[in-house]
Write a protein that binds this ligand. Structure first.
Ligand SMILES: NC(=O)C1=CN([C@@H]2O[C@H](COP(=O)(O)OP(=O)(O)OC[C@H]3O[C@@H](n4cnc5c(N)ncnc54)[C@H](O)[C@@H]3O)[C@@H](O)[C@H]2O)[C@@H](O)CC1
Ligand SMILES: Nc1ncnc2c1ncn2[C@@H]1O[C@H](COP(=O)(O)OP(=O)(O)OP(=O)(O)O)[C@@H](O)[C@H]1O
Ligand SMILES: [Mg+2]
Length: 298
């Protein structure tokens, strides 16, 4: 654990007075619909709290005013349900370092069709993508969308992992062999990085398997996965910028994922110390700064 945490420390860019706004990360979140406005907010604000300079949310039009009202820090584009959605997002892609696709996206067919186009446009530009929540629902329907794309990281929870595994490997997960199941899924997807969240998070790029058992808590409020995927958007950008020489031969994406898992669990731990059973994801987000310092700036 400690060795991998050191690799995470190696990819974190130094704060410097000579940098301009945007250099430490411009992250896009694709998600947010009529039902779910919290999830894209959690992901986008977490990206900022970890250290990105700008956080954009591309969401359905009904979700936009709600998300804007949560926070003046976010740039919110009400485009996902418009006929020109792909073009509208594509215009921004040259200015984005990473996309997080799925938090609060929902499963509406028209929206998912647009997101498919956005994913294809992102791949064409070689932009790293973190795929979470309903983005994983889309990938389970059409695994070819990310097949072999080495700049993708998937962050399934228990259910999302089973669904994906079943879709790709055409059989149920062997629950007695989590490592083997994870390796098989990553390999079948062409070595796409997969983070299986749970009591312990297990992560693989189809070659190496890492386990993150950073102490969290027994509190499982909704939104913790959104904190993870938003943080990971920034860390993926930083890791790719740093390159494999800073990660000692390990995959930069795997190191980034380990960082995001450790951070999320540490936030959960700290928030639980203060709030116990009443802990919510907002309480965890308030801990990002101190959790980050404790883990990565020691
Ligand atoms: N405030 C918000 O707006 C939130 C919105 N959310 C959104 O809600 C949508 C659906 O997400 P879900 O995560 O519910 O996805 P699913 O609809 O696939 O459901 C996952 C299910 O798996 C179950 N599960 C999780 N871990 C498990 C485990 N270890 N063992 C057994 N069952 C387990 C959960 O209880 C849940 O019922 C997504 O768009 C997501 O982003 C969530 O992110 C939560 C917060
Ligand atoms: N049993 C557990 N013990 C400790 N930590 C856990 C446990 N289950 C999940 N976590 C942690 O909680 C975080 C989110 O994982 P979870 O499985 O809740 O995601 P999710 O279902 O996608 O969340 P969300 O509600 O945001 O969609 C991860 O960092 C994971 O390590
Ligand atoms: Mg989730």
């Amino acid at each position: 654990m400690e060795n991998t945490l050191q690799l995470v420390r190696n990819i974190i860019p130094p704060l410097s007075s000579t940098k301009h706004k945007g250099q430490d990360g411009r992250i896009g979140i694709v998600g947010g619909c009529q039902e779910y406005t919290g999830a894209p907010y959690f992901a986008a604000i977490s990206a900022l709290k970890v250290g990105a300079d700008l956080s954009h949310v591309f969401c359905a039009s009904t979700a936009a005013p709600v998300i804007k009202a949560y926070s003046p820090e976010l740039i919110v584009h009400p485009v996902l349900d418009s006929p020109g959605a792909v073009h509208e997002v594509e215009k921004w892609l040259p200015r984005l370092h990473a996309l997080v696709v799925g938090p609060g996206l929902g499963r509406d067919d028209a929206l998912l069709k647009n997101v498919k186009g956005i994913l294809e446009a992102s791949k064409a530009r070689d932009i790293p993508v973190v795929i979470d929540a309903d983005g994983l629902w889309l990938v389970a329907q059409q695994p070819a969308l990310i097949q072999g794309y080495r700049k993708a990281v998937l962050t399934p929870n228990h259910m999302e992992f089973s669904r994906l595994y079943d879709a790709v490997l055409r059989g149920p997960v062997d629950s007695d062999d989590r490592h083997g199941s994870l390796l098989r899924l990553s390999q079948a997807l062409g070595n796409v990085t997969v983070v299986q969240k749970g009591e312990r998070d297990i992560l693989s790029d189809g070659q190496q398997v890492l386990v993150c058992s950073q102490e969290g808590s027994s509190r499982r409020c909704g939104g913790q996965g959104d904190l993870l995927s938003g943080s990971l958007g920034v860390l993926v950008h930083w890791a790719l910028l740093a390159g494999p020489e800073k990660t000692n031969g390990s995959s930069p994406l795997l190191v980034a994922a380990f960082g995001a898992c450790s951070l999320t669990r540490q936030c959960n731990h700290q928030a639980f110390q203060k709030h116990g059973r009443s802990t919510t994801t907002s309480d965890m987000i308030a801990e990002v700064g101190t959790a980050f310092s404790k883990l990565f700036e020691t």
